[in-house]
Design a protein around this ligand. Structure first.
Ligand code: ACM
Length: 539
């Protein structure tokens, strides 16, 4: 055997060496440091779980007890104080550990999870859950389960490891979202970016504006078919749905229990058709429309010259910020159809009044007002990279995009399109960036466009990036856009297994990553997904 106890090695190497049986490292994302141990540990009902850290680890103790009971039928006992105990499962605190850092040590004396607090213990447990065997234990249900020896010292490469779900196009509902949150937690992803609003659907109850969900959450038919945006085919059936504020609170709580922050996205100034259909005064044309039955219909845009629009959006944001504990709210900013502003006499007059020379300046002027509004409420805005005035679409004329304004309030830039020079420039200007470059991270792109290997190879820090600016890259997002995924299984097929690759991109240092090892480890994840009834692309 090449490796003996006490030798620190790359976890990916450990996989190669222990390429058989229960000793394989099966964890996704791959931990950053593993120390092999020939000793394992037998968990049975006599093994106490030591609640240390003055009660601060109680939640983790309960999590583990519940997991072991559910998977193996073994009732573990919680014990306070460890005097005279030699073999146990221990939760220990080390205040010097970073928030998400943990140590998981398994040897003949038991299982130790060390962290500075709940997030680290939680991630230590997620690793343990993936080491523990899927199958029934020795002697059948309720008896004992053997766990391989190992020491893992681990912490994430990036603090922002996000998955986005677009439910504006097709509502999926609480139970489907919970399944995704469970998987995110196991994959140590920590931001659920919830795209709740777009042209084709408004999915969040806003008490002051009930028509948003009475009207804006219902479509009589929807464009479907393989030609996508060019498709002449209609579904010919109604689909609808929205989250009440109680539903939202339930999801936030569920996510919190899994150390996931929920960041809602309220799109503006574009992608607002569902709101404009519900309240026609919000649009530039003031016309009544029906809910779009095709995608990106280019119907209208918020009339930012109308004071009622600012009032509406800030009312919505008041309810949203009251509901979501997140100190970051996503305000969209992408793909605004500024031509509607050019065509509106009221908007042109407003631009003149405010000495705004281009629609690009108008957009920035408006977004600045919203960003400052949020900031006054202690909330930081986040938006797609058009927020910076980037001209990334042919339908915006270069002359319209020109802007002499700059952004207020230090929003987070969600980079999705355009040349990476734009990302570099934003970092150099001091913006924090989440890299969600569409050609690498869009889960609605099929497996030919973004094969698993490409998803795995994505690096949120572009090649040749100035090292001094690396900390400006907070991490990554992967985005499940919903236009072409009416069905839940179809959605899951696009997400799984690529989400596991993105999880590893976010967590594991580059030197540790290994695509072949990842594919091997994926076998265990696939077994889990199959057991849970999650559809995945089996490649
Ligand atoms: C986007 O894909 N419109 C952000």
């Amino acid at each position: 055997m090449l490796i003996r106890k006490g030798i620190v090695i790359l976890c990916s190497l450990l996989f190669i060496v222990f390429n058989t049986g229960a000793r394989d490292i099966t964890i996704i994302p791959l931990p950053n440091e593993c120390i092999s141990s020939p000793e394992g540990f037998l968990i049975d009902k006599n093994v106490p779980v030591i609640a240390g850290a003055g009660g601060r680890s109680d939640t983790s103790v309960e999590r583990l007890k519940t997991f072991i009971k559910k998977r193996y039928g073994i009732d573990l006992k919680k014990v306070v104080g460890s005097k005279g105990i030699r073999k146990a499962i221990w939760f220990e605190q080390d205040p010097d550990f970073l928030k998400e850092q943990y140590r998981l040590k398994i040897d003949a004396s038991g299982i130790r999870i060390v962290a500075s607090g709940d997030a680290g213990w939680f991630y230590g447990l997620q690793s343990l859950y993936q080491i523990l065997p899927e199958q029934l234990p020795i002697g059948g249900q309720g008896a004992a389960v053997w766990v391989q020896g190992i020491e893992i010292n681990d912490k994430p490469r990036f603090g922002w490891r996000a998955f986005m779900l677009d439910e504006a196009r097709y509502f999926k509902g609480k139970e489907r979202v919970k399944v995704l949150l469970d998987e995110m937690a196991l994959l140590k992803m920590n931001v659920f970016h919830w795209h709740l609003v777009n042209d084709e659907g408004w999915r969040i109850e806003i008490k002051k504006y009930p028509r948003l969900t009475q009207v804006g959450a219902v479509r009589r038919s929807s464009q479907i078919g393989p030609l996508k945006w060019k498709s002449p085919i209609q579904s010919g059936e109604v689909h609808q749905g929205f989250y009440t504020q109680d539903d939202i609170r339930e999801i936030i709580r569920y996510a919190q229990e899994r150390h996931i922050t929920v960041i809602p996205e309220i799109e503006m100034p574009g992608h607002g058709s569902a709101a404009i259909v519900s309240y026609p005064f919000l649009g530039t044309t003031k016309k009544k429309f029906e809910m779009p039955t095709t995608f990106f219909q280019k119907m209208d845009i918020y009339d930012v010259s109308d004071p009622r629009v600012f009032e509406f959006l800030t009312d919505v944001l008041d309810e949203v910020t009251n509901l979501f504990p997140s100190k970051i709210i996503h305000i969209g900013g992408d793909e605004a159809l500024q031509n509607f502003w050019k065509e509106s006499a009221a908007v042109r007059a407003y631009m003149q009044e405010n000495q705004l020379n281009t629609t690009g300046e108008l957009q920035m002027f408006f977004m600045n007002r919203i960003i400052v509004y949020l900031k006054q409420r202690g909330v930081r805005a986040m938006g797609w990279n058009e927020l910076l005035g980037h001209r990334v679409h042919d339908y915006v004329a270069a002359s319209d995009a020109k802007s002499t304004l700059s952004l207020s309030g230090n929003p987070i830039v969600h980079f999705w399109t355009g040349d990476t020079a734009l990302l570099r420039d934003a970092a150099a200007k001091g913006y924090d960036i989440v890299n969600a470059y569409s050609n690498d991270t869009y889960l609605d792109y099929d497996y030919e466009q973004i094969p698993l290997s490409r998803a795995y190879a994505f690096d949120p820090v572009p090649k040749g990036f100035d090292e001094r600016l690396e900390k400006k890259i907070l991490g990554l997002g992967c985005q499940m856009w919903g236009e072409w995924i009416p069905a839940v299984g179809q959605m899951q097929y696009m997400i799984f297994p690529r989400i596991a690759a993105y999880a590893e991109v976010g967590w594991t240092r580059i030197a540790q990553k290994n695509y072949e090892g990842f594919r091997q480890r994926l076998q265990i994840a696939k077994t889990r997904w199959a057991r849970k009834g999650i559809y995945f692309a089996d490649m």
